[in-house]
Structures are given as C-alpha cells and as structure tokens.
Design a protein around this ligand. Structure first.
Ligand SMILES: [Mg+2]
Length: 217
C-alpha cells in the first residue's frame, strides 16, 4: 500500500458527512433521545452506546436497532417509517445550523484538483439540502445519500474512476465506513472528535479533526 499514515497522496477521496465534514453527531444522536422522550441519564447513556456501536447507518436501520436493543420491539416497515418521519422533524431543520468540523474547508481547498466524493447514510434529499446550505456542493464530484449502501458506493466510485484502490482514501467516523473502505481495498483515516471514544481497531490511523488530516496531505 502506497499510503502511509504520515503522508497521503490519494488519487481520489471519499468523505463521510456527519462527524467528518459537519459537527452534527451530537444533534443527530440527541434527536433519538428527544424522539423517545428519554430524560433519565442511565437510559440516555445506554442509547448513546447503542448508537455509537452502530454509527454510520441510515436512520431507518438505526431506529430498527434501537427498537430492538433498547425496547425489545420488532416494528414493521410502516412503524419505522413513522418513527423516521418524526425523527426527521426533530433533527433535519437543526443540522444546517451545525458548525463544520475544524479544518474541513482547509482540507477541501487543499484537495482542489483531487476528485472528492461525499457518501452519507442520511437520506439523499436531506443530505443535498444541508450540503447546499453550507455551500459545499462545489467541492464534490458526486454526493450520495441513503438508501445507497456505503460499501457498494465506495467500490463503484473507485471502479468508475479507474482508480488504484490502494491510492484511494476514505475518511469516516464510524466502523461502517472503515468496513466499506476495507471491502473496496481502500486506505482509511478515522476522525475521532475530542472527548469521544475511538471505535476503530488499533491499526487504524485517526485524526482529531480535519486539520489533522490536512497536515498529512
Ligand atoms: Mg459519520
């Protein structure tokens, strides 16, 4: 692999959005606690752990996991859709007000000339609205939200560009992106914000924000 943790010279970069480009993880996770009306610290902590273990999934998949692991329920698709609609009402209007992750614009400017793609578990139209509100659209060759599956999108982007997977870099804040990158044979750097637990195995390079990534480009 040509990538080293100290120096990255990628042909193509795939970014996750929440927790990587935009500091929206507390807002999005807090939305689940509001949705379920959770106000005791112990249940909130259990929910936070469950969300953290399953980071990077779509809200539909996350809601099914929370229903099962937190409440022992197995709702059908119509109930999940209803929960997702209520979750959207709570969270989606708030996300465009979230700040960018430190260094995001520096990294995107520095990568001008290198194809950058955005791949997120957020519903596609919601994602597009936030990206446009933040004025970030011009930085990305493609923008893909759910219901697309990250592993498939990563592999498709690398193949479509004729890129060497080993010189293709994915940046994410959860295991979903690490697994997608590994499946596609890509290099990976994790973003772990200060104060948050590191979900990645010890061999994964992590940075605290995108200034940390900019230093390696
Ligand atoms: Mg994320």
């Amino acid at each position: 692999m040509l990538q080293t943790p100290d120096r990255l010279d990628p042909e193509v970069v795939i970014f996750d959005f929440d927790g990587v480009i935009i500091d929206s993880v507390p807002t999005k996770n807090g939305g689940f606690a509001i949705l379920y009306g959770i106000d005791d610290a112990e249940t909130e902590e259990r929910m936070r752990q469950t969300i953290w273990r399953n980071g990077g999934l779509s809200r539909f998949k996350m809601l099914a996991i929370l229903e099962r692991e937190m409440f022992g329920r197995d709702p059908g698709p119509a109930e999940i859709d209803d929960l997702a609609r209520r979750y959207a009402e709570i969270v989606d209007p708030r996300v465009p007000d979230c700040a960018l992750i430190a260094g995001a614009e520096t990294v995107l400017d520095r990568l001008d000339g290198t194809p950058c793609h955005l791949v997120s578990g957020t519903p596609h139209e919601v994602l597009m609205g936030t990206v446009r509100a933040k004025g970030l659209e011009r930085h990305f060759r493609s923008i893909t939200g759910s219901p697309n599956v990250k592993a498939e999108v990563f592999a498709r982007i690398v193949a479509a560009g004729g890129h060497d997977p080993a010189r293709s870099l994915a940046i994410g804040d959860s295991l979903t992106e690490l697994e997608a990158a590994r499946k596609a044979g890509m290099a990976f750097v994790g973003v772990v914000s200060e104060g948050l637990p590191n979900p990645f195995p010890p061999d994964v390079t992590v940075v605290g924000d995108l200034h940390g990534l900019a230093q390696r480009l």
